[in-house]
Design a protein around this ligand. Structure first.
Ligand code: PLP
Length: 386
């Protein structure tokens, strides 16, 4: 893979030839006279900024970098991964439209589709993340298919290329939340996705110290979304953009190491007598192993286990870990565990939780950058306490 473009990040000219992209902590950009202002509003002069809710040089540089990393046409930053998952949908869809989403998904995004969109007269079908189910759910008024790649927390991998070909013929947009893949492991736009979304909070940051999001893809769509966000104003600050630019330089190093560590740990856990099942896309036992091999350069830092036993086993395991900390999120330097039955799905009715395959003994594990041997020893000693 090419590390070069992660590191050489300057896309906009800087009068002082600064090596690093400068932070522009300014809400306002000035015009020297009325002629300059008229040139700007009549779009004759495009390389200017007016007000940071519409655009900021530090942010623009980051947008251009993400466009290059994802091989897309344009990008628009957002204040969080959630605003990047929701605002584009509100910008594109209208009352009476229909969307298809997949059942294994980050719960907040899932609830936005199944609960919030209803209020705006938008219908949603939820299907198992497999191409035949998606195609069966398409209707005359379907405008968007939205899925994660891979899905969360069971890492289903959809056949992107085949799906995008089918959807193109029907003029339906394919929107992929590629947060779990990161641009290091896959570029869904190259397989026909129209828009690609990332929570920048995860791999792009890698440090658990910020929240941000991005939508990247076809220029015509990104422009429409940017204009819509001019009303909603869910923007990233220049300061956060700068921190992201800094973190992105090490993203391929981090992701590649996390790919290796997670696969090694998944293999260890799969053989462990206290574990019922391990879900990791690049394990031969995963139902989508061959699609994962085709589309993913690495399986990422996340794996999900189902412990043998009951709720007490889960409590003993989680409370016995010393290196792994209990906390949401993933892709940071620190290894984390997240028992979704408690952390994210506590208020979800039992029947729904069962449909989602979330059990009392399910644990999502985010592998950080600590030594693999230390992480395996920690998991082993916690499992031995069950
Ligand atoms: N998409 C996925 C796949 C996620 O896991 C998350 C958060 O965990 C989000 C979107 C939302 O991102 P953020 O927390 O940055 O708003």
């Amino acid at each position: 893979m090419s590390f070069t473009k992660y590191i050489h990040q300057s896309f906009l000219e800087d009068p002082f030839h600064s090596l690093n992209v400068p932070i522009y902590p300014s809400s306002v950009f000035l015009f020297s006279d009325i002629e300059e202002l008229i040139n700007f509003v009549s779009k004759k002069e495009k390389k200017r900024f007016e007000y940071s809710r519409y655009g900021n040089p530090t942010n623009r540089n980051l947008e251009l970098l993400i466009t290059a990393l994802e091989h897309t046409e344009d990008a628009c930053l957002f204040s969080s991964g959630m605003s990047a998952c929701t605002i584009p949908i509100l910008a594109i869809l209208e009352k009476g439209d229909h969307v298809v989403i997949t059942s294994d998904m980050y719960l907040k995004t899932f609830d936005f589709y199944r609960k919030i969109l209803k209020k705006y007269g938008i219908e949603c079908s939820i299907v198992f993340p497999e191409i035949k189910h998606i195609i069966n759910a398409l209707q005359k008024n379907t405008k968007i298919v939205f899925t994660e790649f891979p899905t969360n927390p069971f890492y289903y991998v959809i056949d992107l290329e085949t799906l995008s070909n089918v959807l193109k013929q029907k003029s339906i947009l394919l929107i992929i939340d590629s947060t779990l893949a990161s641009p290091v492991n896959c570029n869904p736009f190259l397989y026909g996705a129209d828009l690609v979304i990332h929570s920048l909070t995860k791999y792009f940051s890698g440090q658990n110290d910020l929240i941000g999001g991005v939508v990247t893809g076809k220029k015509i769509l990104v422009e429409k979304i940017r204009e819509f966000n001019g009303y909603l104003g869910a923007i990233l600050t220049a300061e956060v953009s700068y921190v992201l630019l800094r973190s992105i330089k090490t993203m391929p190093l981090r992701v590649n190491i996390q790919n290796q560590k997670a696969l090694e740990i998944a293999r260890f856990l799969e053989k462990h007598p206290k574990i019922h099942q391990v879900y990791y896309p690049l394990l031969e036992s995963h139902p989508n192993f061959s699609l994962a091999k085709k589309y993913l350069k690495g399986g990422g830092c996340l794996l999900t286990i189902e412990l043998k036993g009951n709720f007490e086993s889960l409590k003993t395991f989680c409370n016995s870990l010393k290196i792994f900390k209990i906390g949401p999120s993933f892709a940071s330097a620190e290894s984390l565990i997240d028992p979704p039955y408690i952390m994210s799905h506590w208020d979800v009715p039992d029947e729904e939780r069962q449909q989602m395959n979330i059990k009392e003994t399910t644990v999502r594990i985010s592998i950080g950058l600590e030594d693999t041997d230390d992480l395996i020893s920690d998991l082993d000693q916690a499992l031995s306490k069950i």
